[in-house]
Design a protein around this ligand. Structure first.
Ligand code: C2E
Ligand code: MG
Ligand code: MG
Length: 284
């Protein structure tokens, strides 16, 4: 059914194995959510020079007792499929607010799944977690993807406006991979655009990716939004993006996701987030 209607396919024992594997994993994920089995890691987001940490993105991590580290691509999809993304999302938000308390001035970004965002209780839940943790709403940024906006235009807009009235900022994540409708950009009050790493990855190799990056930066800037580039890995990408006018960068060049304590420790050591090869030409 996942593949669409009106089709037949031949039974294969592997399908059974995959299904029962998923069922098992589903149960394990529920247990992990209920029993402290998930963690939150944080990836630094730096300014265009690459020298100053402006914020972090909270990324959920799951180490399975038998299978080891499971990728978020796998377990987030599973959580969405089973509905437990709502509890998972609340856990990540609460943990990020608690950990973020130690990082004065840094923005803490948290991913929100479409399923979570579409629930009428969502805004109230964010409000409650902010109250319980005492976290400053102005330091919280929620990352939404375009699929959040599909089909529920009015309620999505209402929810965004309520969040913004609380002081929370909203970013459009993975921009360029979904419908990338310009209507969305006009209609919804996004504070920030995050250019998907697939474009950043191809900057040096493909003229079209470079052209798209330039266009997205122009679009974002023209609409008064900040622009973040995701997945920045090399000095050349950094240089290109900086020249293109990107405001913030995130990627392995500036640090992969790490434990909260490591963020705290590095913030105490000036220069600790700098790439080792940062040429002086970039550092101005
Ligand atoms: P995302 O929100 O776009 O997060 C950025 C992803 O890019 C992270 O993958 C991060 O580790 C990876 N990344 C960062 N810099 C680089 C780089 O330089 N090169 C490459 N190749 N990758 C880089 P991760 O942690 O595997 O997360 C994947 C996705 O899972 C996230 O994409 C997000 O959509 C989702 N996700 C993670 N945590 C949560 C969560 O708490 N809630 C929800 N709803 N989704 C989450
Ligand atoms: Mg994100
Ligand atoms: Mg992204």
């Amino acid at each position: 059914k996942n593949e669409g209607r009106n089709r037949a396919c031949i039974y294969d024992a592997e399908m059974d194995a995959a299904l029962s594997n998923r069922k098992l994993l589903e149960g394990d994920l529920r247990e992990a959510i209920a029993g402290n089995g998930l963690r939150v890691a944080y990836q630094p987001i730096v300014d265009k020079s690459g020298e100053k940490v402006m914020g972090v993105e909270a990324l959920c991590r799951w180490t399975h007792p038998v299978r080891g580290e499971i990728s978020p691509a796998e377990f987030i999809a599973l959580a969405e499929h089973t509905g437990c993304i709502v509890e998972l999302g609340a856990f990540v938000l609460r943990q990020a607010c608690l950990d973020g308390d130690a990082w004065a001035d840094l923005t803490v970004a948290v991913n929100v799944s479409p399923l979570q965002f579409r629930r009428p209780e969502f805004v109230g839940q964010v409000e409650r977690i902010l109250e319980e943790t005492g976290f400053d709403p102005k330091r919280l940024e929620l990352e939404l993807t375009e699929s959040v906006l599909l089909g529920n235009v009015d309620s999505a807009e209402q929810a965004m406006l309520r969040l913004k009235a609380m002081g929370v900022r909203i970013a459009l994540d993975d921009f360029g991979t979904g419908y990338s409708s310009l209507q969305y950009l006009r209609r919804y009050p996004f504070d920030k655009l995050k250019i998907d790493r697939s474009f950043v990855h191809s900057i040096e190799k493909a003229a079209d990716a470079a052209a798209i990056v330039h266009a997205v930066v122009g679009l974002g800037r023209g609409l008064g939004m900040k622009v973040t580039a995701e997945g920045v890995e090399t000095a050349d990408q950094h240089l290109f993006l900086r020249a293109a006018g990107v405001h913030f960068m995130q990627g392995f060049r500036f640090g992969a996701s790490m434990k909260a304590e490591e963020i705290t420790a590095r913030l105490g050591r000036p220069g600790a987030f700098l790439p080792a090869d940062l040429p002086s030409a970039l550092a101005s």
